[in-house]
Ligand binder design. Structure first.
Ligand code: SAM
Ligand code: SF4
Ligand code: SF4
Length: 337
C-alpha cells in the first residue's frame, strides 16, 4: 500500500478527527446557540451513530494510507459512553502514533485517569474565559470555571498532554485575552487562541466579530513580550510564540486572517459516518452506508483513496482571495472542529 497518498494540491492525509457524538452539555453561542439547539432540537438517534466496531474498521483503513493522528471530538466526546474502550482499541492499531481528545473538560475529573490508562496521549481543553461571570455566559449553560479548571488539574495529574483552546469573539470575551494569558503563563499550560470562524449556519458570523491574530499577539506582547517560534511539524495549525522570559508559549489558530489550507492534512468523520475533507464542506462522503452495505475492506480502501486523491478543498484560502462564501455549511457541533 502506498502510504504517501496525496490530494490534488499535494497534501498527504495525516490526521483523522472523529466526532463520536453530536450532543453537548454546553451551548456556546458560536457553536450551538441555545436558541437553535433548544429542548426540542432533534439530535442524532443512537443507531445512526457509528458503532465502535465501525469506527475501528475505518481507522484501520485510514492508518494504512497515512493517518497517524486521531482526534476524538463532538459535540462533547465525554458524553459518549465507554470512550476509554474506543481509545484502547484505537491504540492497538498499527501506524497510529498519537491519540488526542478535544473536550470542554467538565466531565474530565472522573475520566482522566481511565482515559490515560486506555492510551489517550493528549487533551485540548476548551475554555473561553477565566472570569466566572464571562464564562457562565460564553458556555450558554451558566457553568462555572471551577469544574473546567479541576478537569485541567485531573488531566495534569493523570499525565496527559494539555493544551487550552480559547475562541475569541468580539463582544463576547476579548477582554479575557490578557487574564487568560496571565493565568496559563503561571500554570505553564500551552494556551491557544482561535479566531472566531464562520462554521455552521447559525452563529451569526461576520468579519467584524473576528479578533485577528495580530490584535491578539500585539495585546499580549505589550505586557508579556513574545518571540515567534518555528512550527513543530508540517501541517501544524497554530502559529507559535514563546514568552521572552522563557515561561512557556502561546499559539494562535488564525484560520480567518491567515489561512493554512496549503498544509491541511486533516479529514473529518461525523458521528453518523460522513467523511468531510474540509471543515467548511457542504456535503460529505457516506461511509456508514458503505459499511452497512457490507463493502469489503479493499473496496472501502479504493473508495477512500479516490476521495482523498480528488480533494481540492481550500475554503479559507479561497475566502481570503475574495471568493464568495458558501450558502450552507455543516455545523461545528456535527463535525467537531
Ligand atoms: N465540545 C468539545 C470542546 O468544546 O472542546 C469538542 C467539540 S468543539 C466543536 C471543538 C472546538 O471547536 C472547540 O475548541 C471550540 O471552541 C471550537 N469551535 C466551535 N465553534 C467555533 C467557531 N465558530 N469558531 C472557532 N472555533 C470554534
Ligand atoms: Fe459544546 Fe464544544 Fe460546541 Fe461549546 S464548542 S457548544 S462545548 S461542542
Ligand atoms: Fe483545511 Fe478546509 Fe480549513 Fe483549509 S478551510 S485548513 S482545507 S479544513
Amino acid at each position: 500500500m502506498d502510504s504517501r497518498i496525496i490530494d490534488r494540491l499535494g497534501r498527504p492525509i495525516k490526521d483523522l478527527r472523529i466526532s463520536v457524538i453530536d450532543k453537548c452539555n454546553f451551548r456556546c453561542s458560536y457553536c450551538m446557540p441555545a436558541e437553535i439547539f433548544g429542548p426540542d432540537y432533534l439530535f442524532m438517534p443512537e443507531k445512526e451513530r457509528l458503532s465502535f466496531d465501525e469506527i475501528i474498521r475505518l481507522v484501520h483503513i485510514f492508518a494504512q494510507f497515512g493517518v497517524e493522528k486521531i482526534r476524538l471530538t463532538g459535540g462533547e466526546p465525554l458524553l459518549r459512553k465507554d470512550l476509554d474502550v474506543l481509545i484502547r482499541r484505537i491504540r492497538e492499531i498499527d501506524g497510529i502514533k498519537d491519540i488526542a481528545l478535544t473536550t470542554n473538560a467538565v466531565m474530565l475529573v472522573k475520566q482522566a485517569e481511565k482515559l490515560k490508562a486506555s492510551g489517550l496521549d493528549r487533551v485540548n481543553i476548551s475554555l473561553d474565559a477565566i472570569e466566572d461571570e464571562v464564562f457562565k455566559k460564553t458556555n450558554g449553560r451558566g457553568v462555572h470555571t471551577d469544574p473546567v479548571l479541576r478537569g485541567i488539574e485531573a488531566a495534569r495529574k493523570a499525565g496527559l498532554g494539555i493544551k487550552i483552546n480559547m475562541v475569541v469573539k468580539k463582544g463576547m470575551n476579548e477582554d479575557q485575552i490578557l487574564p487568560m494569558a496571565r493565568y496559563f503563563k503561571k500554570t505553564a499550560d500551552n494556551l491557544r487562541f482561535i479566531e472566531f470562524m464562520e462554521v455552521g449556519n447559525h452563529n451569526g458570523w461576520n468579519m467584524d466579530a473576528v479578533v485577528s491574530k495580530k490584535a491578539i499577539v500585539d495585546a499580549i506582547h505589550e505586557e508579556m513580550p513574545l518571540i515567534p517560534a518555528e512550527a513543530n511539524y508540517y501541517g501544524e495549525v497554530a502559529s507559535r510564540y514563546q514568552y521572552e522570559d522563557g515561561a512557556g508559549e502561546i499559539g494562535i489558530i488564525s484560520s480567518v486572517t491567515e489561512a493554512f489550507c496549503s498544509s491541511c492534512t486533516r479529514a473529518r468523520l461525523s458521528a453518523d459516518g460522513q467523511l468531510y475533507t474540509c471543515l467548511f464542506a457542504d456535503s460529505g462522503y457516506d461511509l456508514r452506508g458503505r459499511l452497512r452495505e457490507d463493502w469489503s475492506d479493499e473496496d472501502l480502501t479504493d473508495y477512500l483513496m479516490a476521495v482523498w486523491e480528488g480533494r481540492a478543498d481550500q475554503y479559507s484560502a479561497d475566502r481570503a482571495r475574495g471568493k464568495p462564501m458558501k450558502e450552507r455549511k455543516i455545523e461545528m457541533s456535527y463535525i467537531g472542529g
